[in-house]
Design a protein around this ligand. Structure first.
Ligand code: AKB
Length: 321
């Protein structure tokens, strides 16, 4: 039996990860934190729901005092466009609160003479300043966006704490994935740069036309939510990962906005898209890689799904209208 803390359990990744953790082992004790109210149908018996802000450090301390936490899944974050609009809040949530939780995980590990596992969802936003193809983890990392800078600073902080923990033989075991855009049939994302693709998908299924805020040639990598959850489980399962690098690329496929539109129009002949670039979105999308080298993640079990049409078909069938 393990005790787990999941933050941002109402978000796009958090909501599916919570379901997965509950499904995996009904004996696990889960503490689920989010600022938003839980749904009435969230009635898992082994989950303690807490509705509060990640910036409430007293609350975080009391959670770590009360529970001997083994694994942390930290999903609370502002996405790239929201971070641009609200840089101070982004600093508080994406950096300060994340450092506080890493420190609490580290201190708990030292006290209990164990490694507290910590999962951090990083992003393709760490790459830049120019668009490259097949970006690998060791490529140039000079993010143009504040969001990317915040992500890379947490990757580095977590890695430093991980290295200190190895020397102490206890502390925090930091693991991270660099996510591309996520395609989910369960949520329509907002606040990010990659949102246009999932928004197109949901619009097509809902019989709505769509105004795309990036140029039709814009090409970025994407992953389905199911494969993202599998990748998190794969990276968190082994007792240890023998690698100095602690953040790994994952993606299923890369596609331009226009090629995605064409696939959707084969299924929904009435579907219409207008392209009206928003400069903030375009600048960020143009600094992110068009594809990722995922060899390292593949070596620990990740399996990219590249059958684009099949994936889109499955997602379309899963969307509730
Ligand atoms: C965003 O667009 O901000 C996110 C991301 C790729 O990190 N989806």
């Amino acid at each position: 039996m393990k005790t787990m803390l999941i933050t941002g359990f109402k978000g796009e990744i958090g909501s599916q990860m919570l379901k997965e953790l509950v499904k995996k082992n009904s004996n696990n004790q889960i503490i689920a934190l989010d600022i938003a109210e839980k749904n009435q149908n969230h009635t898992f018996k082994n989950v303690e729901f807490i509705q509060d802000s990640i910036t409430n450090i007293d609350l975080l301390q009391s959670i770590f005092e009360k529970h001997d936490i083994d694994e942390i899944y930290h999903f609370v974050a502002l996405l790239s466009q929201s971070s641009k609009k609200n840089p101070e809040l982004a600093q508080k949530i994406n950096v300060d609160s994340t450092i506080s939780i890493i420190d609490l995980a580290y201190d708990l590990g030292l006290k209990k003479k164990k490694f507290t596992k910590f999962f951090f969802p990083s992003s393709i936003a760490v790459y830049g300043p120019r668009k490259i193809a097949l970006a690998s983890e060791k490529d140039i990392i000079k993010p143009k966006s504040l969001y990317g800078l915040n992500k890379i600073s947490i990757e580095q902080y977590g890695t430093k704490k991980h290295e200190q923990s190895i020397l102490n033989c206890s502390g925090v075991d930091f693991r991270s994935l660099r996510f591309p855009g996520i395609l989910s049939p369960y949520n329509i994302p907002t606040g990010g740069t990659t949102d246009y693709l999932p928004q197109m998908l949901h619009s097509a299924k809902n019989g709505l036309n769509y105004v795309c805020q990036v140029d039709k040639k814009t090409t970025l990598p994407f992953i389905t939510i199911d494969n993202a959850i599998r990748a998190i489980t794969q990276i968190m399962s082994p007792k240890s990962i023998e690698s100095k690098l602690r953040s790994f690329n994952v993606q299923d496929f890369s596609i331009s906005a226009y090629n995605f539109e064409l696939i959707l129009r084969e299924m929904f002949s009435e579907f219409q898209i207008q392209y009206k670039s928003n400069q903030d979105m375009q600048n960020i999308a143009d600094s992110w890689p068009e594809s990722l080298n995922c060899e390292l993640a593949i070596s620990f079990g990740f399996s990219p799904d590249r059958e684009i049409k099949k994936i889109i078909n499955n997602l379309i069938n899963l969307i509730d209208v």
